[in-house]
Design a binder for this molecule. Structure first.
Ligand code: B12
Ligand code: SF4
Ligand code: SF4
Length: 357
């Protein structure tokens, strides 16, 4: 007899989830027909080379399509959401907190424990972000929200500033399938605020992002050179981008307390408060870099990419050049790394040459 995850069990687990800082919990069977269009979208995405330098995407595509390759006989996914807040600024909101991978993982372990207590025959695998699961699609099909034209999962009452975590399980979900009769991005209606707000016009069409033009990809994942035509649009962003979420009416209406229920936000990173001083970040030494990124999702960004990003942002700044900014740009010109040098060269052209005439 197969292990079974029924609606009563899900309801009990939802209680556990909420107690442990997971604002929503839903379930979806892996044979839900709604995964088909998402697999097609993934195949098209990969075929067009949109993964850019994200080699992990093509490498893990077969598992992303068929998660049972990670956990034999997997039949369902439990999907949880963790809302977050933050301030507009050079670092995207999700990265202003302690690393969500660790936090969401830890919270999911409590739900996993409760699931195994209730369904001892089940096997499980906790997956947060880095495991190849189509997380946004799973969240939609588990009934937790819908996809916006910005590609993000938007959860009613929470908006899109939510992170997704999953538990893959061999237990069979026996509850109803969430409907997929609505076409994607249907709930957006005629709105296209996110598409228009994207500084680099990175959307090919609603819901279809070309990461190679996306500031989030370029600042976090991309190590090669960045064309001026794109860098000119970064503004002061050095790690991620929230412009297509800032523009979204679904993120505007509710008060912070409503969006981030008590006990389910993300805690601050460990250590002292991080000051985002571009001149300092452009000249980060090894130890300074380690302590700046430690315990946050920023630790994906190597030191030289961080320095490159800060130099690009320095190049985009306006107004008189401070002595510390000048020193940072001049130091960058002598750097051993070609991308750091190129970013410093751009900042010199835009800030120093102009400042001295
Ligand atoms: C690679 C990646 C990126 C890349 C590429 C993003 C992209 N749009 O493809 C880059 C670096 C650009 C990126 C940026 C960001 N990311 Co990211 N990223 C991922 C990651 C690891 C894989 C995504 C992926 O597979 N992309 C390939 C595309 C094709 O898949 P997709 O985005 O899931 O889109 C699916 C839908 O469009 C669906 N679909 C299409 N048509 C239809 C039709 C129907 C009916 C259905 C049901 C589905 C469907 O199919 C696609 C998959 O096949 C996921 C984690 C994960 N394991 O899923 C996080 C994830 C998507 N990222 C996340 C976040 C927070 C961000 C940023 C907001 C971070 C920031 N502030 O800078 C930005 C947002 C940019 C944007 N507007 O999308 C969250 C999203 C949460 C949410 N509310 O949606 C995730 C889920 C991480 C997490 N665990 O919480 N990211
Ligand atoms: S994250 Fe920024 S650059 Fe990327 S699609 Fe959204 S608005 Fe555009
Ligand atoms: S800004 Fe408008 S189009 Fe974009 S996701 Fe939000 S509602 Fe949809």
């Amino acid at each position: 007899v197969n292990a079974v995850l029924d609606p009563a069990s899900l309801q009990a687990l939802e209680g556990v989830a909420q107690e442990h800082g997971l604002a929503r919990l839903g379930a979806v069977a892996l044979d839900h027909p709604g995964f088909s269009p998402a697999r097609v979208a993934l195949d098209e995405f990969l075929a067009r080379g949109l993964a850019g330098e994200m080699a992990f995407l093509p490498r893990s595509a077969a598992i992303r399509r068929e998660p049972a390759r990670m956990l034999p006989e997997a039949r369902s996914i439990l999907v949880a959401l963790v809302p977050y807040d933050g301030e507009p600024g050079p670092i995207a909101r999700y990265a202003q907190h302690a690393d969500y991978h660790t936090i969401v993982h830890r919270r999911l372990l409590r739900v996993e424990r409760a699931l195994l207590d209730r369904i001892p025959d089940a096997r499980t695998l906790v997956c947060v972000d880095t495991k190849p699961i189509l997380e946004r699609t799973a969240a939609v099909l588990a009934g937790l929200g819908f996809l916006g034209k910005n590609g993000c999962l938007i959860a009613p009452g929470l908006g899109s500033y939510v992170l997704i975590g999953c538990i893959l399980t061999t237990a069979q979900w026996t509850g109803a399938n969430a409907s997929t009769s609505n076409p994607p991005w249907d709930a957006c209606g005629s709105c296209r605020a996110c598409l228009d707000a994207c500084p680099t016009q990175a959307f090919d069409s609603p819901g279809r992002l070309d990461p190679r033009r996306c500031i989030s990809y370029l600042t976090i994942e991309h190590r090669g050179s960045i064309e001026d035509i794109l860098a000119d649009r970064f503004g002061d962003r050095i790690a991620g981008c929230d412009a297509c979420q800032e523009a979204c009416p679904y993120n505007r209406s509710s008060a912070r307390t409503e969006r981030v229920p008590a006990g389910s936000g993300l805690p601050a990173p460990p250590g002292p408060r991080r000051d985002v001083d571009l001149a300092r970040l452009a000249t980060l030494g090894n130890n300074q870099h380690r302590s700046f990124v430690r315990g946050t999702p920023l630790d994906r960004i190597p030191r030289r990419a961080f320095r490159r990003n800060a130099l690009l942002a320095l190049g985009n700044a306006a107004g008189p050049v401070g002595a510390d900014e000048r020193a940072a740009i001049e130091r960058g010109l002598l750097d051993g790394d070609a991308q750091v040098r190129a970013a410093a060269e751009r900042a010199r052209r835009r800030r120093l040459d102009r400042g001295s005439d």
